[in-house]
Design a protein around this ligand. Structure first.
Ligand code: NAD
Length: 360
């Protein structure tokens, strides 16, 4: 496949021996989508579908390449028998998403014969997954019965991050409980609000920021925390900075401003570039690699899918038990990082590549 108006996709910097990159165009519904399968070494390539408006179509290809590799790493270090894949659906400026497009996308996923399993991502809801499920079995994040795996991944993602933060506090600060630990939370959406609630529930002090300032204020009032502006949150003097909004927030400009000992949050792709992981290490800041700490959601929907395929069900108790493994994986990464003198992000990448059969 050749990228529109440029060189072949396999010459793009984000291409990493992806097994397949499919472009789907359905004239009748107006669907244009890209499905990237990075690795199916461990099982079907699982990862959500992003519905987004891309002013430059090439940015959609880049996103699919980058995000599908991230899913290979995430699923591998979560110990799931799943590979890495991701889809992007290119929406118009009005972000029009029609039932016909969802049906055509479901048909496209079905045509891949189970090599790709889709789920929610930015711009997609549980209802969208139900619509896609009308056309294919290879979808997860479907509505869940109480006590069963599945449904909105957000609360499970938050639970994994909460456990990861506790593990980091224990590892770096030596404390077992969260009483009085100060956490600055960037983003109070599905994940950030869940993390803040869990932390406050165990006595942590939370400082919150969101571009929707009213949202942060309401949550702070409920949790007895405080609020700062989005421009200030990364400079708050605290124990833990927890990014739960955007990616690429850790860069040359922001890392020197951090006044914390731990960075641990759910936002995807937090490091602007790989060397920013090393910059954190040099500053003595313990970093929880994003795709390790934010795997709770895929653990939930991945186990939902695997159980359904086996004609079984998976309980949320089993999901919670598996999410508990995130803290152990992070601790292994930090120990190895310290032992080898390399950044936690590098150690995690190395472990992930080994787990997908692409070690050195
Ligand atoms: P969400 O849309 O529910 O919440 C994001 C929040 O961030 C919103 O409240 C938004 O107003 C706020 N925000 C946006 N820009 C901001 C800024 N500059 N400063 C402060 N706040 C800002 O999204 P979510 O599901 O909570 O996901 C948050 C992050 O976690 C994303 O990076 C997402 O990719 C990642 N993630 C989510 C899941 C999941 O299960 N939902 C899983 C893995 C990773």
């Amino acid at each position: 496949m050749t990228a529109p108006g440029s060189a072949a996709i396999w010459t793009m910097p984000d291409f990493d021996e992806h097994e397949r990159v499919e472009v789907i165009h359905d004239r009748a519904s107006g669907l244009t989508a890209i499905v990237a399968l990075h690795s199916t070494h461990r099982g079907p390539g699982a990862g959500g579908t992003r519905f987004w408006h891309y002013p430059q179509p090439l940015a959609a290809v880049r996103d699919a390449l980058r995000l599908s590799r991230g899913m290979s790493y995430k699923n591998a270090l979560a110990g799931l028998p799943l590979g890495g894949g991701k889809a992007v659906v290119l929406l118009d400026e009005q972000r029009t998403k029609t039932p016909e497009m969802l049906a055509a996308f479901g048909d496209a996923v079905e045509a891949l014969g189970g090599a790709y399993v889709t789920a929610e991502d930015v711009g997609a809801s549980v209802a969208d997954m139900e619509a896609i499920h009308q056309r294919t079995e290879h979808v997860c994040g479907l509505p869940a019965q109480p006590g069963q795996a599945g449904g909105d991944p957000g609360p499970y993602t938050a639970q994994g991050i909460f456990l990861g933060i506790k593990a980091a506090v224990q590892y770096r600060l030596g404390g077992k409980d969260m009483d009085g630990v100060h956490v600055a939370v960037q983003g109070c959406g599905s994940v950030g609000s869940g993390v803040a609630r869990l932390l406050a529930g165990e006595g942590a002090r939370v400082t919150l920021a969101d571009i929707d300032h009213a949202r942060a204020e309401v949550l702070a009032a409920q949790l007895g925390g405080s609020c700062v502006s989005t421009g200030e949150i990364m400079e708050v003097g605290c124990d833990v900075f927890s990014p739960n909004a955007l990616g690429a927030i850790l860069d040359d400009a922001t890392i020197p401003q951090l006044d914390c000992t731990i960075v641990a949050g759910g936002a995807n792709n937090q490091l602007a570039r790989a060397e920013h992981g090393e910059m954190l290490r040099e500053r003595g800041i313990l970093y929880a690699p994003d795709y390790v700490i934010n795997a709770g959601g895929i653990i939930n929907v991945g186990l939902e899918y695997l159980a359904r395929r086996a004609g079984e069900t998976c309980s949320s108790a089993t999901v919670m038990e598996r999410i508990g493994g995130i803290a152990r994986t992070l601790t292994t990464i930090w120990e190895e990082s310290e032992r080898s003198g390399t950044g936690a992000h590098e150690v995690a990448d190395r472990m992930a590549r080994e787990a997908i059969g692409r070690g050195e």
